[in-house]
Design a protein around this ligand. Structure first.
Ligand code: HSE
Length: 437
């Protein structure tokens, strides 16, 4: 049987998963491909530890360049992560005429603009299904299944770590740090978990999907990013009682002229399907003019789901190699020369409902002062709840508003924060009420 040879950079959680999946599902992959995917070399800084995977003699190496320089290797898989060594190895591999599979969303979001044209010039694939949504085939869906659609929006839960943390706090009431430690132990979190909890990992994925969906030049500039570290159990409890779930969302819309691109925690009604996406599961809904709204759902992080997406890319490339060509589908979904510099609208221009939590002095006139400031900015209140519970002499005041313009809300918050009857910074969470799903 013909062999397609793979080189693998990085034997961390996902890299080990790829090696394992190649072993355990070798036969079914060969039966589907009509060739054998052979892991010829795998590099890591430390190859002495027990990976829990059987490697053929001579596969493991600490010398990544030996993979780049091996003429028998057709496809390299980059699972080192980060934008340093990983970028250099991808560039060298492309220069050596090798196809590349990566799960590295940070690298693509920051340097995709240079890497994709370089790959195109060399006539090799740069494939990245595993970079967004773990095992969910969202890249393939946008690039291939929805090729006949104008895509106007997508909304997603795209970070397994944040979703796992929010789920465990909601369902078990455990502290944030314990939930994060759980996500790290399960292998969901980035090497620097701040990338997850501060929303940047989701922004990387949003940049990649926006590029695929709209033909937008890939860029992180102007994407609004806010993570989950400012969310307290008290916010989650209030949301639950009010019929909402708090999720970290990636929200993107395109009207043909400019795009909306934002990442932030959002309260979504419990009846919405996204509300029921728990733990490390991810989901993304996409709206196309022919298909309407559709949703994909699956594990967004973790060893084997991500390894599955990596090998799906490798098999796609292998099929094209076997068919005599390998750049059948444009990496970013649009042909060269058809990508545009689509501007992103400032967050100030969006309109949503808001949840507002203030710590206020429990004295007469406080509520009328605050509602007056909101009213002056045309922000209408939907509900107000004040509890007895005291914290540093202040009581929490919870407010839900009807949809209002973000710029108005920001100005109101500034004014409210300056009041002497308010202690600390107000907590603001946007309320997203998608019409469907
Ligand atoms: N740290 C990422 C997450 C891994 O938690 O979603 C998958 O991209």
């Amino acid at each position: 049987m013909k062999k397609i040879r793979l080189g693998l950079f990085g034997l961390g959680n996902i890299g080990t998963g790829v090696a394992r999946l190649l072993n355990t599902n070798k036969e079914i992959i060969s039966a589907r491909l009509g060739a054998e995917l052979e892991l010829k070399r795998a590099s890591d800084l430390d190859i002495t530890r027990d990976f829990g995977v059987k490697f053929a003699p001579g596969v493991l190496t600490t010398d990544s360049d030996s993979i780049v320089n091996d003429p028998e290797i057709d496809i390299v898989i980059e699972l080192i992560g980060g934008t340093g060594v990983a970028k250099a190895l991808i560039e060298k591999s492309i220069a050596a005429g090798k196809h590349v599979v990566t799960a590295n969303k940070a690298l693509l979001a920051k340097h995709g603009k240079e890497l994709f044209p370089t790959a195109l010039q060399k006539g090799v694939c740069l494939s990245f299904e595993a970079s967004v949504g773990g095992c969910i085939p969202i890249v393939k869906t946008i690039r291939e299944s929805l090729v006949a659609n104008r895509i106007s929006a997508f909304t997603g839960i795209l970070n397994g770590t944040c979703n796992y943390i929010l789920t465990r706090i909601t369902e078990e009431g455990i502290p944030f740090d314990e939930a994060l430690a759980g996500a790290q132990a399960e292998g969901y979190a980035e090497a620097d978990p701040a990338l997850d909890v501060e929303g940047h990992d989701t922004a990387h994925k949003l940049a990649i999907l926006s590029s695929l969906a709209y033909g937008m030049e890939m860029s992180l500039d102007d994407i609004y990013v806010e993570g989950i570290s400012g969310i307290s159990p008290v916010d989650i409890e209030f949301a639950q009682n009010a019929g909402y779930t708090i999720k970290l969302l990636a929200i993107s819309k395109y009207d043909g002229q400019s795009a909306e691109a934002r990442v932030h925690p959002a309260m979504i009604p419990k009846a919405n399907m996204l509300s029921n996406v728990s733990g490390s599961l991810n989901a993304v809904s996409v709206t196309g003019d022919a298909v309407g709204e559709m949703m994909l759902y699956g594990y967004g992080a973790g060893m084997m789901p991500t390894a599955s997406a990596v090998l799906a890319d490798a098999v796609d490339i292998a099929r094209d190699i076997l068919a005599g060509g390998a750049t059948r589908i444009p990496g970013l979904s649009f042909m060269d020369g058809h990508m545009n510099n689509i501007p992103i609208r400032p967050i100030d221009e969006i309109t949503t409902g808001y949840y507002l939590r203030l710590a206020v002095m429990d004295r007469p006139g406080v509520l009328s002062k605050i509602s007056g400031i909101l009213g002056d900015r045309n922000i209408s209140l939907k509900s107000v709840v004040q509890t007895e519970r005291k914290l540093n002499g202040a009581v929490p005041l919870f407010m839900l508003t009807h949809p209002a313009r973000e710029s108005m809300m920001k100005k109101a918050i500034e004014q409210i924060s300056a009041l002497d009857m308010i202690s600390g910074r107000p907590v603001l969470i946007r309320i997203e009420e998608p019409e469907s799903l």
